[in-house]
Write a protein that binds this ligand. Sequence first.
Ligand code: UDX
Length: 439
Amino acid sequence: MKIAVIGCGYLGAVHAASMAELGHDVIGIDVDEPKIQSLQQARAPFYEPGFEELLGTSLQSGRLRFSTRMADAAGSSIYFVCVGTPQKRGEYAADLRYVEAAAESLLEVVAPGELVAGKSTVPVGTAARLAEMVSGKVPGAMLAWNPEFLREGFAVQDTLHPDRLVYGLPAGPSADAARALLDEVYAPIVAAGTPQVITDYATAEMVKTAANSFLATKISFINAMAELCEATGADVKLLADAIGHDDRIGRKFLNAGLGFGGGCLPKDIRAFMARAGELGADQALTFLREVDNINMRRRIRMVELAREVCDGSLLGKRVAVLGAAFKPDSDDIRDSPALNVAAQLQLQGAVVQVTDPAAGDNIRRSWPQLDVVETPEQAADRADAVLVLTEWKQYRELDPVAFGQVVKQKRVLDGRNALDRDTWTAAGWSYRALGRRAG
Ligand code: UDX
């Protein structure tokens, strides 16, 4: 099947290579020339385990190519829209300019019987509006909404082995044709028995934002419990284990710590609130404002804790920040809790050295005021405190005995509840974590 993927960022590039892996003839389109060149040369423009290998084999097979010209996409059976929907500057709402630009240039190439399939996360109501545009300009062309749920760090696996396939289909007779095209694209995934949810546009759009809101709420719930643990002397990690044994609750996404960041959860819950407001249903989502507030408070608490362990003042104190990406196995620093904390520490006069296995170049580009070093040992050189803010495996596995040699004060703050407290305290470190008693 001939497929076009419009927008070759994180989602689009992984989707394009994965569809080629499924045996389709895929063209990825993006207006960003350097990005297209990099992809065409089998170089991933972002860090994602397994992606560069997949890109290489797909390009070699001749089933995948990239272009900056929309005209090269003409003749595809399906055009996936994978452009970004960032948060608008100074507002909660999503910025739809890329979706609109993609749709407009797509109208020049789509033909009757072909399908535009949206994958971007959009405010509910967007698909219906785009469908009118498409059928108004090209009668017989169809639109479907087909959200994705991929996680950074697991993007390839999540695309090729998703938990579910969601199709938001047009009302009326074209629904069957649209569904048949999507089923053909995903044939091996459908054959593997992956659950399918066949629905209307609005439900498909909402599945994505509702899922992300639920995940964000789960994280903020346990972080609210962490605040109470700090007030009562209880232990949030054991609390999470204990409630997580109830499989109605489940242990996943109950890791208390610095909270959520990244390019999806924070902006998706805000855009969802903004859209609910436009629809006159803002009351339904006021709890998400609290979810957001709890999340942001964890960052402030982390800085307070650092000040506390540094004898009440950060001025002139050397602080090592281990981990800066918004989560491990990613170089993504969008709305990274770790970087937010690092910047606050610096503003309060600390001498901050940041290190991250993958995000170094991104930090240098976007946060030039921060000092970035290569290794945890360099970051911790003569440090008054070490903060582990993103739980990369290499930090979880640090040897506290050897690592203790480089610091001035053996004080560790575990921002992700990821270290083994007993091993660190046995090596003479004072251990502090969010939601747990000092060790
Ligand atoms: C998320 C959704 O999981 C995914 O389904 C959707 O398609 C895009 O948004 P992603 O942003 O890649 O994926 O990251 P995720 O693994 O969900 O983590 C989000 C943030 O929550 C990270 O900052 C992570 O550190 C934090 N988190 C996660 C916690 O603080 N505690 C947890 O228990 C889990």
